[in-house]
Design a protein around this ligand. Structure first.
Ligand code: IPM
Ligand code: MN
Length: 354
């Protein structure tokens, strides 16, 4: 039988994106040769520099071209010379929407040796996953101004969800909780006391689907504000949290800082029946560009998530255990310039441990 081959689109992006992606690719290549599959990489230059050079955020053909790949490996989007919003909306959000990556999967896991700002908490307390709905809600961009620039100006931005979007996200979260098989508990994070339409829909669907098709999964509900509180005070309560797009964006930054910060937090934009895109939660950190000081572990961990998604479970597990070995025994800190090693050296350490 010939070796399994995966075609991967690589989007290094802006700032320190290319540096962390290099280390991610290094580790992926090592994993591929060790676990006997082939990875083909094709690089695309989408990002701020290309936009400044050509005036085009993303070529017309980009989404169709990317659809042909098995997966997408992204560094970071965001350029100091480009007004905030243009690249984020024109590249990141556009790809999430065009490729219907309706899940944003964000594991919040404290690796051994990684400092957390949560007092008296360790790896045994911080290990859960946020399933963020990724193509609906406030991110659909429905809204507008009227009487703009006058004292009576009105601005509207709507939180839009239909049953279909809510249901497919919840089903993914239930399935994921079952597959994870840790505490078999799914928590819905909402705001049913104020957002009495949107989160009413979420809550009804949650209990209907859960009672009918997932009786083995325990259901819990938390308002988003309380969720934040418990993520700090009792993170060990959580197994899997499912929530809408905006709340998911916010709580995953909180989660990321509890797992050691942006240097280590990985995520995946998932289309379960299409092309998914893996990217660190953090940004492009432009001030560290080219200095060989940025922490590449988030990108490396994204590589592990990507392999797991592609079905290469053993390789994915090997990457994660090598990361854990490096955080436990080597790195001094997680911040840029605080690791005690360069970006490239950290990549070498993880690759060497596979
Ligand atoms: C994230 C980011 C993006 C988001 C921005 C850059 C558009 O914050 O991936 O969490 O809000 O989804
Ligand atoms: Mn965010």
């Amino acid at each position: 039988m010939s070796k399994k081959t995966y075609n991967i689109a690589v989007l290094p992006g802006d700032g320190t994106g290319p540096e962390v992606v290099n280390e991610g690719l290094k580790v992926l290549k090592t994993a591929a040769s060790k676990f006997d599959f082939t990875l083909h990489f094709e690089t695309f230059d989408f990002g701020g520099d290309r936009y400044l050079r050509t005036g085009e955020v993303l070529p017309e053909s980009a989404s169709d071209e990317l659809r042909k790949f098995d997966s997408i490996f992204l560094g970071a989007i965001g350029h100091p010379d480009v007004k905030p919003g243009i690249l984020e909306k024109g590249i990141l959000l556009k790809l999430r929407f065009d490729l219907d990556q309706y899940i944003n999967l964000r594991p919040i896991k404290l690796y051994p040796g990684v400092p957390t700002p949560l007092k008296d908490k360790g790896p045994e307390h911080i290990d859960y996953v946020v399933v963020r709905e990724n193509t609906g809600g406030l991110y659909t961009g429905i809204g507008g101004f009227t009487m703009k620039g006058t004292p009576h100006e009105v601005a509207v931005q709507s939180m839009v969800y239909n049953r279909y979007q809510v249901e497919r996200c919840l089903r993914f979260a239930f399935d994921y909780t079952r597959k994870r098989n840790k505490r078999n508990t799914l928590a819905l994070c909402g705001k049913t006391n104020v957002l009495t339409y949107v989160y009413d829909l979420w809550e009804r669907a949650f209990h209907e689907i859960g009672a009918k098709d997932y009786p083995d999964i325990k259901r819990e509900y938390f308002h988003v504000d309380a969720t934040c509180m418990w993520m700090v005070k009792n993170p060990e309560w959580f197994d899997v949290i499912v929530t809408g797009n905006m709340f998911g964006d916010i709580i995953t930054d909180l989660g990321a800082i509890t797992q050691g910060g942006m240097g280590i937090a990985a995520g995946g934009n998932i289309n379960p029946s299409g092309v998914s895109m893996f990217e660190p939660i953090g940004g492009s950190a432009p001030k560290y560009t080219g200095k060989n000081v940025i922490n590449p572990l988030a990108s490396i961990a994204c590589g592990g998530m990507m392999l797991e998604h592609l079905g290469e479970d053993k390789a994915a597990a090997a990457i994660e255990s090598s990361i854990m070995n490096v955080t436990a025994n080597k790195l001094k800190g997680m911040g840029a310039g605080q690791m005690g090693y360069t970006t490239v050296e950290v990549g070498d350490l993880v690759a060497g441990g596979i």
